[in-house]
Design a protein around this ligand. Structure first.
Ligand code: PLP
Length: 282
């Protein structure tokens, strides 16, 4: 692969970042993941806007302009002949002598790389995902997309050890989100229920689009927190994220959700989402 590192295009083996980089030493870095289909960017505007927000929240510095950033995204697709998959972007505060205080005028580290993978076809669609309920032990600014991903990794591993695909994290008796996706349910009357935006969850770009599409399709929704019990008694459950789009969840802690099969409304939302985003890809 050809990766982008601070203005240079390099073979991946030659792309090197300092051992003093604060992204490495302090997880002082943020990231974005943008889906790619047919060599085009999905939901680019949303991801660029959230990147800007994360930058502002942490006082980071984007070393290139917004239009250059879009051009880098386009160029990395071209250089890697990426048809389907994702672009990963990471921005750290940059290298500095190790000190908890932020350095004065750091040179940020901006990295982009691609991952080719099939995102429309997903073998898990046939059965849906199983999730395990685990405590949410992350920090309280989950609205900022930082690379502090140790706990989500541990939660994913613990879920897999229990035979599940992923975790749904629980805090104060309510589901927050999955380890790397937004959690949603559909109750027995056909209402979509999803947690409102706050510092407790990442403001999912896919979540926002799915709520829009639900509204247009006449699927009513409530933005409110739901309990694990409600989820286990729901008609349908699903997750959303940039590379999963809308994925059914059919088991929670080993118990089937509804009839244990991917839900009808869930699959309809997936179809609507993919069609809409392919049509507006840039
Ligand atoms: N929540 C968490 C913790 C995530 O890591 C992600 C995405 O990776 C999401 C939600 C979904 O966000 P998006 O739909 O913008 O990909």
């Amino acid at each position: 692969r050809i990766v982008y590192l601070n203005g240079e295009w390099l073979p991946e083996a030659e792309a090197k970042v300092s051992v003093f980089d604060r992204g490495f030493l302090f997880a002082d870095a943020i990231y974005e993941v943008t889906g790619v289909i047919d060599g085009k960017l999905l939901e680019y505007e949303g991801h660029a806007a959230r990147l800007k927000r994360s930058i502002t929240e942490l006082g980071l510095n984007l070393p290139i302009s917004a239009s250059e950033l879009l051009e880098v995204h386009r160029e990395i697709i071209r250089r890697n002949e990426l048809k389907e998959g994702l672009i990963y972007l990471q921005l750290s505060r940059g290298p500095a002598d190790r000190d908890f205080a932020f350095p004065k005028d750091p040179t940020p580290t901006l990295v982009l790389f691609t991952q080719a993978k099939s995102v429309i076809e997903n073998p898990k669609l046939a059965t849906g995902l199983s999730v395990a309920l685990l405590p949410d032990w992350r920090w309280e600014r989950r609205d900022i997309k930082t690379v502090q991903l140790l706990y989500p990794s541990m939660a994913k591993m613990q879920s897999m050890e229990k035979g599940a695909d992923d975790a749904w994290l629980v805090e104060d008796g309510f589901v927050t989100e999955a380890s790397s996706a937004t959690a949603h349910i559909i109750d027995k009357t056909g209402r979509l229920i999803t947690r409102p935006l706050s510092n407790a969850i990442l403001h999912g770009i896919t979540r926002a689009s799915v709520l829009d599409l639900a509204e247009k399709a006449g699927i009513p929704y409530d933005e409110r927190a739901f309990t694990p019990d409600e989820a286990m008694n729901a008609a349908e459950a699903f997750i959303t994220s940039a590379t999963n789009f809308v994925m059914p969840v059919t088991r929670i802690d080993g118990e089937p959700v509804g009839d244990g099969k991917p839900g009808t409304l869930t699959l309809k939302l997936r179809e609507l989402y993919i069609a809409d985003k392919i049509a507006s890809a840039i």
